[in-house]
Design a protein around this ligand. Sequence first.
Ligand code: CA
Length: 425
Amino acid sequence: MYPTPDSSPRPWIEIPADSDFTLQNFPFGIFETGTLGARAATAIGDFVVDLAAMQELRYFDDLHLPRGIFEQPYLNDFIALGPATWRAVRKRLIALFSTDGPGALRNYPDSQDEVLHPHSEVRMRMPVYVRDYTDFYSSEEHATNVGTMFRGKENALMPNWKHLPVAYHGRASSIVVSGTPVRRPWGQLKPGDGDPVHAPSRLLDFELEMGAIIGQGNALGEPIPTAQAEDHIFGLLLFNDWSARDIQKWEYVPLGPFLGKNFASSVSPWIVTLDALAPFRVPGPKQDPPVLPYLRAEGDRNFDIQLEVAIEVPGYPEQVVCRSNHRYLYWSLAQQIAHHASGGCNLQVGDLLASGTISGPTPDSYGSMLELSWRGSKPLSMPDGSERRFLQDGDVVIMRAFAAKEGLRVGFGEVRTEILPALEG
Ligand code: CA
């Protein structure tokens, strides 16, 4: 049983009611300031918490962490210490920020000054060095929508779709953190029956996804059973898989996505652990036909995480264009990991497995402009009076995610990206 809000520990630091960063959360990230180099952090309320400073102040002494483990540009070395260490650090943080925990930090304002930085005064960086990135295609609603548009309703789902979690290997080098602008890509486009041209994409799109960061690898050749698959996850973040639909359409035959996808993907700066998300576990959709034995998984493997996408036109209030939920995913993280490793592929610390676009059952829950505007046939009205079929230069795309129930809230913050015009030809 999870603690009810009444018996839960309470923080001594003020946490705004709508904060993503509560005593239940304690995500991990990397930040820097004008004077401090890159270092590991967690977040509580309106503050980023400097984990390197906390280690210096000896709050983690009995956890026997390597010296300087938090004074690094990426979390990878910390993650590689394993689940027992991540759990011990998070548990310590919960205790240190609870009214009934050890009082050292609460009673030392000098230490607080050293450890706590307002979010607005730091710059968040890429939290992990992503070695390999795989993009799944695990939402039945998304796969059905896209399949219906391109092949008709009868053949919307390919014959393999309900038997295995379909995926492709993506590009890791172009994954950037929230706040990094993304430039409209050039590529080959083939207008109608005309000859192909080399031009900036006209059909730039987002894809609302969540990514899992791998925290423990497997040896080359050794599969991971579904029952142990979640032990290999360090945590989850928001993932915007930018897509140029016109480039994608012409290039993808027969090997799949390439320049239509590899120009950029954007992530949120905070990685939220599965421990923090434990109270929000829910069953996934019923899988029919039954999956093969190596993909069978017991228990509640999905998460009730509310997702939204907003578009901001400069000078106008943002407009939410999509509300969806992680719980809609047909294939769970455990199944994705088990399938990924089932042929012997070795997952490694820092790998990123993205879920695929998470669309829900209703038209306002579709996780891409391709689906929201139904291939451009149903444009969305924007607050400045303009219409959107796909994204325009200057648009800011904002994705957010949080889980909440019975007074508990755990959020991911946001991934916010401005679209820059294509380079001059
Ligand atoms: Ca995708």
